[in-house]
Design a protein around this ligand. Structure first.
Ligand SMILES: Cc1cc2nc3c(=O)[nH]c(=O)nc-3n(C[C@H](O)[C@H](O)[C@H](O)COP(=O)(O)OP(=O)(O)OC[C@H]3O[C@@H](n4cnc5c(N)ncnc54)[C@H](O)[C@@H]3O)c2cc1C
Length: 573
C-alpha cells in the first residue's frame, strides 16, 4: 500500500527496508513480499506517478527531463566538452528512472554478462545463468497497432509471462522501410539483425521498448501494479528522502560493523525519523543516490570524507569512483515529409486529437516512442586514429558504438521535420567520479562522468560520425533526407563534437561489484557491502563495467537475481 506520511504507517517493524522505489528497488520489494511472512518497507524520495501524464504516454517521455519528476542534477564542468555542465536527469518519482527514461529495452551482448561473471568470480552472472531472470522480468506483448511482427523480433529469445511489458513500435512511419532498404544498400557495413536481444547484438534491428497497451511499463506500473501493491506485507512510503544509514551494533571493529538503520526526512530535514530492519537494508537509490547516501553515512574514502567534515565509519575507497556513462551525439537531418511527430511535439493544438485518441484507445502516434531502430557496430581498431588502444569492448562480438534512428527531433525547433541519427559510444574508456560537496545530505553531490576525456572516446565519436554519414548517403534516403541541419567538415568536426556531445544517462560503477576478497570494489558478487553486515546494494551502481547497451534491463536482471539471493539467505518462499 502507498503511504504519503510516516505517521500513517500502521507498523514500524520491517524485515527489509528498501531505500529507493526505483527500477531495482521495486523489483526487490515485489519479490520479497511474495513470502507473506516477510514485511518490506520501501522509502522513496519522489511522489506518485498517478497524475504524471507524460510518464505514461510513450511519445512524451522526453518531457519528464527537467520536470518535477526529475532530481534535476547537473554535472560538473566537463573539460572535454568546452567546460559545459550538462543536465543529468534521474527519476524523482516512484519507479525512479524507469518512470522517466526513454523505454529502450536492451539486454546487452552475452559477452557483457560473461565478462561480469569472469571478473567477479561468480558464474551466476553469466549470460546463461541470467536467462531465468530475463524471463521473470519480461512480458513481451503485441504492439499497440497489432501489426504483423514476423521478422521484426525472434520470439524464441523472449519471455511472455514476466512482469514488465516489452513490445515493438505500435505506430509506423515512412522512414521505417527506408531504413531496411539502406541496410541492404550499404554493402554489409550495417547488416540487419532480427533480434539484438538474443545475446548477439551486432547489426541494425527494430527497437524494443518497455511499453504495453500503448503505455509506459515502469517498475512502478509493473512490479507495484495493483495486484502487488495490495499485499498487506508491502509498504511504500513516498516523499521520504533517506539522509543516512545508521550503524545498529555497538561493537567496534570493521568485521562486526552492522548497518540496518535508516534515517530519513519528509520535510527537507526539519523532522527526521529512524527505522531499523530486522534482516537487511537494501540500498537501491541508483548510481547517484546510492554512493551519496553511503558517503553521508561515513562509508567511502576515509580521507575524502574527513575533508568534507563527515565522520568516517568504514573505509571503502571505491565508493563513488569510476562513474562512467555513454557519450551521446544527435545528428539531425531535414526531411522531405511531414510524417514525423515533430508537429505533435511542438504544437498542443495539433496534438489534441492524438491525445484524445490515446486517452480513448491507447493507440496512435502517442502510443510509441520516437526510437525506431538501433544499430550496434564495431570499429577497425587497427586504424591509426585509435592509437593502439586495447579493445575496450566486452568481447569480439560486442559493439563500440550505437546508432539510434529516431523519427523527429527530440525537442523540435519551431519549424521543420527531422530524422535523428544519434550516436552513442557504448564502449567508452573515460571514467569520472562522484564526490560530496558538503556534509549536508540534502545538497546535490558533485557528478563528473568525465565525458570524452580519452583520445579513444573522441576518436570513436569522429569515426562513428563518418559511419553515420555513410549510412545517410545510401540511395534509400534519396528524396527523403534533404540535408544535415548543420554543415560539418572534417576540419570543424572536433569543435562540433565538443559543443554538442552529451550523455545518454546511463551512469554506473559508483558502488561496483568485485570478487569476494578483492581489495577494490564496494559489493561482493552477492551484492553485500564489503565488511558490513545487514546492507546490500541493488541498482545500476553495482555494475562493474558499463553495459554495451542501455542500462534499465541490466538493472532489472540484477534486481531479479538479487531478490533470489536474498531469499536464499533467509530461506524465504
Ligand atoms: C532520461 C533518461 C533516459 C533513459 N533512457 C533509457 C532507455 O531508454 N533505456 C534504458 O535501458 N535505460 C535508460 N535510462 C537509464 C535507466 O533508466 C537507468 O539505468 C535505470 O533505470 C537505473 O535504475 P536504478 O534502480 O539504478 O535507479 P533509479 O531507477 O533511478 O532508482 C533510484 C530511486 O531511488 C530514489 N532515491 C534516490 N535517492 C534517494 C534517497 N536519498 N532517499 C530515498 N529515495 C531515493 C530515486 O528517487 C529513485 O526512485 C535512462 C535514464 C534517464 C534518466
Amino acid at each position: 500500500i502507498f503511504y504519503e506520511r510516516f505517521e500513517d504507517l500502521p507498523v514500524q517493524d520491517f524485515d527489509f527496508i528498501v531505500v529507493g522505489g526505483g527500477t531495482a528497488g521495486n523489483v526487490v520489494a515485489n519479490r520479497l513480499t511474495e513470502d507473506e511472512k516477510v514485511r518490506v518497507l520501501v522509502l522513496e524520495a519522489g511522489g506518485s506517478d498517478k497524475d504524471a501524464f507524460n510518464s505514461h504516454v510513450p511519445l512524451y517521455g522526453r518531457r519528464l527531463q527537467g520536470s518535477q519528476y526529475d532530481w534535476n542534477f547537473t554535472t560538473t564542468p566537463q573539460a572535454a566538452l568546452n567546460n559545459r555542465s550538462i543536465a543529468y536527469p534521474r527519476g524523482f518519482i516512484i519507479g525512479g528512472s524507469s518512470s522517466i527514461n526513454l523505454m529502450v529495452y536492451t539486454r546487452g551482448p552475452s559477452e557483457d554478462w560473461d565478462r561480469m561473471a569472469r571478473v567477479t568470480g561468480d558464474s551466476g552472472w553469466t549470460w546463461r545463468s541470467i536467462q531465468p531472470y530475463i524471463r521473470k522480468n519480461e512480458r513481451f506483448v503485441p504492439p499497440a497497432d497489432h501489426h504483423n511482427t514476423a521478422g521484426q523480433f525472434n520470439p524464441k529469445v523472449h519471455g511472455f509471462d514476466g512482469v514488465n511489458s516489452v513490445t515493438l513500435s505500435g505506430w509506423q512511419y515512412s522512414s521505417d522501410p527506408r531504413v531496411m532498404e539502406a541496410i541492404t544498400q550499404t554493402n554489409g557495413e550495417f547488416p540487419f539483425n532480427e533480434d539484438m536481444n538474443s545475446g548477439f547484438q551486432l547489426g541494425f534491428g527494430w527497437t524494443q521498448t518497455t511499453v504495453g497497451n500503448g503505455t509506459r511499463s515502469s517498475s512502478a506500473t509493473s512490479y507495484l501494479g495493483s495486484k502487488y501493491i495490495s499485499r498487506n506485507n508491502l509498504f511504500v512510503l513516498l516523499h521520504a528522502q533517506v539522509l543516512r544509514l545508521k550503524q545498529t551494533n555497538t561493537a567496534s571493529g570493521v568485521a562486526n560493523l552492522a548497518i540496518r538503520g535508516v534515517q530519513f526526512t519528509q520535510d527537507a530535514g526539519s523532522t527526521t525519523h529512524t527505522l531499523k530492519a530486522s534482516k537487511e537494508v537494501i540500498l537501491s537509490a541508483g548510481s547517484v543516490g546510492t554512493p551519496t547516501i553511503l558517503m553521508h553515512s561515513g562509508i567511502g574514502d576515509t580521507n575524502e570524507l574527513a575533508e568534507v567534515g563527515i565522520k568516517p565509519l568504514h573505509n571503502l575507497p571505491s565508493v563513488g569512483k569510476n562513474l562512467t556513462d555513454h557519450p551521446l551525439l544527435a545528428l539531425l537531418y531535414n526531411v522531405n515529409t511531414t510524417d514525423t511527430p515533430d508537429d505533435i511535439l511542438r504544437n498542443a493544438t495539433l496534438a489534441e486529437p492524438f491525445e484524445r485518441r490515446w486517452n480513448e484507445t491507447r493507440t496512435g502516434p502517442l502510443s510509441s516512442t520516437q526510437g525506431r531502430w538501433l544499430g550496434w557496430f564495431r570499429f577497425n581498431l587497427s586504424l591509426p586514429v585509435f592509437g593502439g588502444t586495447p579493445d575496450p569492448a566486452a568481447g569480439p562480438n560486442s559493439a563500440h558504438y550505437e546508432i539510434i534512428i529516431g523519427n523527429g527531433a527530440g525537442n523540435p525547433p519551431p519549424t521543420g521535420h527531422f530524422l535523428a541519427l544519434t550516436i552513442a559510444i557504448v564502449a567508452p574508456t573515460s571514467t569520472g567520479g562522484l564526490t560530496l560537496n558538503s556534509s549536508n545530505p540534502l545538497d546535490h553531490a558533485l557528478i563528473n562522468p568525465n565525458i570524452l576525456d580519452t583520445n579513444f572516446d573522441l576518436a570513436a565519436m569522429r569515426e562513428a560520425f563518418f559511419a553515420v554519414n555513410r549510412f545517410a548517403a545510401a540511395p534509400a534516403w534519396d528524396g527523403y533526407i534533404l540535408s544535415p541541419t548543420v554543415n560539418i567538415t572534417d576540419n570543424n568536426l572536433n569543435d562540433f563534437i565538443r559543443a554538442n556531445t552529451g550523455v545518454i544517462w546511463h551512469p554506473v560503477k559508483t558502488a561496483a561489484m568485485s570478487a569476494k576478497g578483492a581489495d577494490y570494489g564496494v559489493v561482493d558478487p552477492d551484492l553485500r557491502v564489503k565488511g558490513i553486515a545487514g546492507l546490500r546494494i541493488v541498482d545500476a551502481s553495482v555494475l562493474p563495467f558499463i553495459p554495451t547497451g542501455h542500462t534499465q534491463v541490466p538493472t532489472y536482471i540484477i534486481a531479479e537475481r538479487a531478490a533470489d539471493l536474498i531469499k536464499q539467505t533467509y530461506h524465504l518462499a
